[in-house]
Design a protein around this ligand. Structure first.
Ligand code: ADP
Length: 394
């Protein structure tokens, strides 16, 4: 640096930054210093690069930032005069540990390695200042590493918990499926043995064959649900204009017998179509959604209970609601009911069949149609549950 004005500014800055530095040290530093102006947004140090320039801020402001978690850049601090950066590379030639970028037009003194070394060797003030800075930096890095490790640890623990939960669900599912398959299979096998014995009259034979047929239907339905869920993931939906009100009507008709068998009244109210009930969708999988909701509503209703199915449309889309006055859903079960294989087998001594796939399928299908499904229940027997499927119209 040669111009008298630059030298006096340099001395002033060095005094401010390292109070106590001798005049000789100022001179040594300033001899090989360069004073440089940078516009805003200029990168002075780049993380990972090996350079050995030490910067003392004359005026302006810089931001120190670091990459965390491989991709995210996080601002650590901003520096202005009296401040400096880049000192670590002068003490040990390691890559820059952070990126320093000017936030506004900034003037710096750039000190090169040999003159910095000379001053450092002679000046305890400078050495102490550097030592303090380095210790502070090491402490900061340690704390940051520990915090990062703690965060990673928490993420790993959460992932492990989730894996364990999935594994438990899978093994519960296998037990449930085996059980659900064994019941109709055992029944069918018993009737087949009776039929084979040849001791049945015509009427008994007919009834036995009907029971075998019913049991086979149960097994097919269960296997179909499992396959449906497996396949739905891999297949791109082939949607076409579909009348949701029509699908709801069809499912209700199919479920009338089942409701009557359980002593449950099945009532439907489909609002007059002032707006369209038409969606881009797949009628068969939508039918599964409504069938699953009505099945559950009947299953958890007492004899003499009522299940209501309502369909409405408004500017937001189509809403199909299935409500019952049955046992309701316990608050602790609420967050899990849409999980695959989540199934409550027994409530207050009463047993309920199922494998926990109905709602998982319903949620998957609703979401594939750009819609959603929500459940509401106070968890009080007699107050029941409400399931709401919302679908966007075409
Ligand atoms: P599944 O009926 O085979 O158990 P679902 O996925 O259809 O499987 O339902 C999961 C669970 O959600 C049920 O086991 C039950 O605990 C709860 N549930 C669903 N619908 C109702 C309802 N209408 N009333 C009470 N509980 C319900």
């Amino acid at each position: 640096m040669t111009s008298p004005k630059a030298i006096s500014t340099g001395v002033e800055v060095l005094r401010r930054t390292f109070p106590g530095l001798s005049t000789a040290d100022h001179a040594t530093l300033l001899e090989s210093c360069k004073m440089r102006d940078y516009p805003a947004g200029e990168v002075l140090c780049r993380e990972g690069q090996v350079e050995d320039v030490f910067y003392i801020i004359v005026s302006g402001q810089v931001e120190v930032s670091q990459i965390v978690d491989l991709t995210e850049r996080r601002a650590l601090k901003t520096l202005s005069s009296p401040g400096y950066f880049g000192e670590m590379a002068l003490i040990q030639s390691v890559p820059r540990s952070a990126t320093v970028t000017t936030v506004e037009p900034t003037t710096v003194l750039e000190v090169d390695h040999p003159s910095f070394d000379a001053v450092l060797r002679r000046s305890p003030v400078m050495a102490m200042a550097m030592l303090r800075e380095v210790i502070g930096r090491l402490q900061f890095n340690d704390e940051k590493t520990i915090a990062n490790l703690r965060q990673k640890n928490e993420k790993l623990a959460a992932a492990y918990d989730e894996l364990r939960r999935q594994d438990q669900l899978r093994s519960e599912f296998l037990t449930t499926v085996s059980h659900e398959l064994r019941t109709p299979l055992t029944s069918a096998k018993g009737f087949l043995q009776l039929i084979r014995s040849g001791m049945m009259d015509d009427a008994a034979l007919k009834a036995a064959l009907a029971t075998v047929g019913d049991n086979v239907e149960v097994i097919i339905a269960l296997v179909n649900d499992i396959l449906f869920l497996q396949e739905i993931e891999g297949i791109a939906p082939q949607f076409e204009p579909t009348d949701v009100a029509e699908v709801v009507r069809r499912v209700i008709e199919e479920k009338r017998g089942q409701a009557a068998g359980a002593g449950v009244e099945l009532n439907a109210s489909i609002a007059a179509a002032s707006r369209s009930y038409s969606v881009q969708g797949d009628a068969e999988s939508l039918a599964r959604v409504f069938a699953a909701l009505i099945d559950n509503a009947i299953k958890f209703s007492p004899n003499g209970g009522e299940v209501r199915v309502e369909a409405t449309t408004d500017a937001g889309g189509i809403t199909v609601t299935v409500s019952d006055h049955g046992l309701g859903i316990a608050p602790e079960h609420m967050p899990k009911i849409f999980d695959r294989f989540f199934h409550v087998d027994e409530i207050n001594g009463a047993r309920f069949g199922g494998v926990g796939l109905g709602l998982a399928i319903a949620k998957n299908v609703a979401e594939r149609h750009g819609g959603k499904i929500e459940a509401e229940s106070e968890g009080v027997a007699g107050r029941g549950s409400i399931f709401r499927v919302s679908l966007p119209v075409m």
